[in-house]
Write a protein that binds this ligand. Structure first.
Ligand code: NAD
Length: 300
């Protein structure tokens, strides 16, 4: 039976350390500030934004909560971004995705000042990560890197398989795992929707990161005994009684009989993603106000 990796407690420890970094900034006369912009047609986005605001408040980070009508002009969103870019009190800025169809999300991402880009989606920040000198790391893969380090998983020399090649999870995860840096140095295979015989690939892996958005795609028969399994997926599926439940991209019960350690859904990757947004906001404040914030880094 696999050990369960408790993302909630690892994230809580990180947040406690981050509170110390917030104190250092406040002592230097700057309270870190995150601005969130919501213009999403998806009702779940409002919940995500509210959670981000609550997380900030808990840590003593100020937040700005900007909400635009979904039928507002794209220019209104761009002007909002420009204003927040210019605002010296705002350290971090994110636009909650998705945006309405009449707005080009790529333009949104490129409009955000790369120094304030706490999602780390701007091409400058993506490029720096790939080149090996990251400024901000995207929250989910960075959270997974920290989770593995906290669990004592040595990625150096390990065979890792990342299932999924998205811009926000799969690709940056693979990039972090291959970095010549702590939390990296893994021999990494990226699988995706065109991969032939996924199980043959995952069965070779010491570490499997499943980020496909397909409920229970990876089961125990697709794992090497003792593998470390990180389940990124969050999928709402119908239950037999007509209700619904959240499941990951990993079939938890069968996988835990084969794996050495596994993250649950919920309570695994999700809390780490949230903690790393706070991390990036504190980092952004330190960089822009020239304050040494001494960020926690479990990967060393
Ligand atoms: P996405 O839809 O953008 O990308 C999914 C990727 O999986 C694609 O690259 C696709 O090629 C690949 N894929 C799809 N079917 C596959 C298959 N059968 N075999 C192999 N690869 C396949 O999704 P995303 O944004 O990367 O998110 C993935 C999942 O993670 C979703 O369930 C999402 O809700 C969840 N998520 C969770 C967090 C968190 O904090 N826990 C954060 C981001 C995303």
């Amino acid at each position: 039976m696999a050990d369960i990796i408790d993302g909630n407690s690892i994230a809580a420890a990180l947040r406690t350390d981050l509170a110390g970094s917030v104190d250092r900034l406040v002592d230097a006369d700057h309270r870190p500030t995150l601005a969130t912009v919501l213009m999403s047609p998806d009702p779940a986005s409002e919940t995500y934004v509210s959670m981000k605001q609550d997380d900030c408040e808990e840590l003593g980070i100020d937040s700005r909560d900007v909400r635009l009508d979904t039928d507002a002009a794209a220019a209104t969103l761009f002007e909002t971004i420009d204003d927040l870019n210019r605002d010296g009190d705002v350290d971090g800025l994110l636009v909650q995705s998705p945006v309405p169809d009449h707005v080009d999300y790529r333009e949104v991402v490129e409009r955000i000042d790369p120094m304030k880009d706490v999602d780390a989606f701007h091409p400058e920040n993506v490029g720096r990560l790939v080149a090996g000198y990251p400024r901000y790391k995207p929250c989910t893969p960075h959270g997974i890197q920290q989770l593995l380090a906290a669990t004592g998983v040595d990625t150096a020399g390990a065979d890792a398989v990342v299932v999924g090649r998205s811009r926000i999870v799969g690709k940056p995860m693979a990039n972090l795992l291959i970095q010549r840096a702590p939390g990296g140095n893994a021999t990494t295979t990226v699988c995706h929707s065109h991969t032939d015989d996924l199980g043959a690939k995952t069965r070779q892996a010491d570490i499997v990161v499943a980020a496909a958005g397909v409920p229970e795609l990876v089961d125990g028969s697709m794992l090497k005994p003792g593998a470390v399994v990180v389940d990124v997926g969050i999928n709402r599926v119908e239950t037999d009684d007509g209700g619904s439940e959240l499941v990951g991209d990993v079939a938890f019960e069968s996988a835990r009989e084969q794996a050495g350690a596994i993250t649950p859904v919920p309570g695994g990757v999700g809390p780490m993603t949230r903690a790393m947004l706070l991390y990036n906001t504190v980092k952004a404040a330190g960089l822009q106000h020239d304050v040494a914030v001494d960020l926690p880094d479990l990967a060393g």
